[in-house]
Structure formats: C-alpha cells, structure tokens
Ligand binder design. Structure first.
Ligand SMILES: [Ca+2]
Length: 233
C-alpha cells in the first residue's frame, strides 16, 4: 500500500511537471508580442483607476506608436486635402456622462484679454451617451456626425463631458484658462500623436488624440482619431 501511494505521488509529480512543460511550450508557440511595463505618469494614473492606459488602448487597436515619445506639439490644424476632415472617437475611459465633441475656428488672441483668445465658437459634431464612456469604439448618439469641412481656415478640436458642465477642453492649451478648475500648469489636455499602422508606417495626415477632461491626467477620457489634417501654428 505504501509503495502504491509513493508510486502514485511520483506519477503525480511527473505528470504535473509534464503538464507544466507542455504549457510552457504552448505559451512559447502562441506568445503574443510582449510590451514593456508601462511606468509613465499617464499610464500609472489609468492603472490606478482600473482603466487601460492610452498606450495599451492604441497598441491593441493596432497603432504602433509610443504615447510618451511620439507626442507632438499640435494645437491648431488645417485641412490637408480635398474632402472633409474625419473626427471620431475610438475609445472613451472617462465619466459615465454624455461626452460631446466638435471643432471650432481658431481666433487670434486679443490684446484686450491679455493674450487670451476668445472662448471657442463651438460646432458640435458627435456625442457619446453616458453608458458608453468606458470602452473602446464607443457608439455615437443619433444625430452625430464624424466629419466636417472647415474650409481653408485654421481650426481646433474640443471635447466636453456633462460631468463637468460649462467646461470645454480644447486642443489649444490657452483656452483651458476658461476652465478655472485647471491650474496654469495643468492646461495641456489634448495629447496629439501621429498615427502609425501596425507595421509602424505613418498614416498620412492622421493623428491620434488622447484627451484629458479632468485632473488625474490619464489622457484617455476620450481617445479620438482625426484625419485629412495638418498641424499649423
Ligand atoms: Ca480616464
């Protein structure tokens, strides 16, 4: 009996080992591309909220970009070519409140307002209904449009949430001065990254924007794609 138990134990150990080796081989064979652990402040802020970081969202949607290294200075845009500008949400990890977005014509700063441009003349394009603000590829509400034609003028983009009524987040940092909640050193809320496909090739005239409409700066409260545009001064 003792021998039987020992043999069974030995068999169990060997069997377990075999399974472990087989699993390891399976993992090796089906291994997905591994990414380095995310330690940048925006990623850590998202993880602290139990949300996917902007970097993870973009990787898993097939954009081979680095959210830290690839961000560019782009606060104003013009249309790049014929046809409309496309502006659409590709993810939202913000408040469970209606989120709105659109564009506005760029206006020069006036001397009277101490170098601050006037408040944006907002054109509404699309809205994400409250329940769809913690997911990739949120659907937009009826009546939304994912394109517009600004003509030749310079324009900026904006988002807002019903969670913070009367606040508008603009691609132009200076316009965040109209939202008193943001301190002067916390007004960069639209993070623009030239879009690259899964092979790392630049997608022409196309940009990913990680938006922050609050103050924890995880930069993925809304994530948008804009195409047929060029950044301008
Ligand atoms: Ca968020």
């Amino acid at each position: 009996m003792k021998f039987y138990v020992q043999a069974l134990g030995l068999f169990g150990v060997l069997f377990g080992l075999g399974v472990a080796v087989a699993q390891d081989e399976t993992n090796q064979m089906t291994k997905r591309p591994s990414y380095p652990p995310l330690k940048d402040p925006a990623s850590l802020a998202a993880i602290a909220c139990g949300e996917p970081p902007l970097q993870t969202i973009l990787w898993r949607q097939g954009y081979k970009v680095n959210t830290v290294q690839d961000e560019i200075e782009a606060q104003r845009f013009v249309k790049a070519g014929h046809g409309p500008v496309i502006y659409k949400p590709i993810a939202a990890y913000g408040l469970y409140k209606i989120c709105s977005a659109g564009w506005y014509p760029v206006k020069p700063a006036s001397a009277a307002s101490n170098s601050l441009p006037p408040p944006p003349e907002k054109h509404l394009l699309w809205r994400i209904d409250a329940p769809y603000n913690k997911q990739d590829f949120p659907t937009v509400m009826p009546g939304s449009s994912l394109q517009f034609d600004p003509g030749r003028q310079r324009f900026g983009l904006w988002v807002s949430t019903a969670g913070f009524p009367n606040e508008t987040i603009c691609t132009e940092d200076a316009l965040q001065a109209y939202d008193p909640r943001f301190k002067p050193n916390d007004r960069h809320k639209a993070h623009v990254i030239p879009a690259r496909d899964a092979s790392g090739k630049l997608i022409p005239n196309t940009y990913l924007i990680g938006w922050e409409y609050s103050t924890n700066n995880d930069d993925q409260d809304v994530v948008t794609l804009v195409s047929n545009v060029k950044p301008v001064q």
